[in-house]
Design a protein around this ligand. Structure first.
Ligand code: CA
Length: 295
């Protein structure tokens, strides 16, 4: 029986598709995105203030950059974002030939390479996405293909494993990871939830090496042991579509969770008025600092 942990609303953001929370240790702020709203948000939990930057197109994820500012994965590719002015500098668009695709989730590896995957916006999207790696020298490498909804990504603390979610598979797979070269190989399922509830979406890893996965349409975030496939803890949420978890706060002991209201009926929204909000839980375990883009 897994341990149940409560969560509270910390920002009634009403985001269409809140996603991609990540804590910037230097700024002591939580970055997150509203993919469908085309906005990057900066949330300061000490003041409760949230600032939004309109990036003018769907934005799948954001990562802090070692030299300041941030990188984003947009509909139109990888870009640098100046968090003060909101200025975007496009870096690379590996799918310029696929106008129906946009970037979705992604994060940096321990060496500061930015990994992010794409998905097709049309109904017929099976296998239409790919996973890319943007290196610190700003070269882009296509690392995996035949992905439908590229989502959560995380690395084991010894950096020999990359955990990955392609949402419709309802699995977390573990790739062998070569930190020196950024190569991946031999994906194997480590967590499988074929009967739900919901679909695995965003993911993070805690200081004990356990994975936290948000379940779209599953009303929950679950802590898993990837070595055994056992569920260790559950955070039940008052919203149907939690999207992604990340540890933040001065001690990295607050688990922030984004959520979505897109696609929910009027009736559903009446029953879950805080859909699209930002939630927080204190599960009694810490996260680890986010890896920054090293370019
Ligand atoms: Ca997602």
């Amino acid at each position: 029986m897994s341990h149940r942990i409560p969560a509270e609303l910390v920002l009634d953001a009403r985001a269409l598709l809140g996603e991609g929370p990540i804590w910037d240790v230097r700024r002591q702020a939580l970055y997150w995105v509203d993919i469908a709203g085309g906005k990057v948000h900066i949330f300061d939990p000490t003041t409760g203030q949230d600032r939004a930057i309109d990036v003018g197109q769907p934005v799948g994820t954001i990562v802090p950059r070692r030299n300041g500012g941030a990188l984003v994965a947009l509909r139109d590719g990888f870009a640098a974002l100046d968090l003060e002015t909101g200025a975007l500098t496009m870096i690379a668009d590996p799918e310029a030939h696929l106008p129906q695709n946009r970037f979705n989730d992604g994060k940096c590896d321990p060496a500061g390479r930015f990994w992010a995957g794409t998905m097709r916006l049309a109904e017929d999207r099976t296998g239409a996405g790919s996973l890319y790696r943007l290196d610190p020298d700003l070269t882009v490498h296509k690392m995996w293909s035949n992905i439908t909804v590229a989502n959560g990504i995380a690395w084991s603390h010894d950096a020999t494993t990359m955990y990955y979610i392609d949402t419709p598979t309802r699995m977390v797979v573990a790739f062998e990871y070569d930190l020196a070269t950024g190569a991946i190989a031999n994906p194997k399922p480590v967590i499988s939830t074929p009967d739900g509830p919901g679909f695995p979406d965003g993911m993070t890893i805690d200081a004990e090496g356990m994975l936290w996965v948000a379940y779209w349409d599953g009303w929950r975030v679950v802590r898993w042991d990837p070595a055994t496939g056992e569920a260790l803890a559950v955070i039940e949420l008052p919203v149907q579509r939690p999207t992604a978890p990340w540890f933040g706060g001065p001690d990295l002991d607050v688990l922030y969770i984004t959520s979505a209201r897109v696609g929910l009926s009027e009736e559903a929204l009446q029953q879950q008025p805080h859909a699209g909000g930002l939630f927080a839980a204190r599960p009694g375990v810490r996260g680890v600092p986010a890896f920054e883009f090293a370019g």
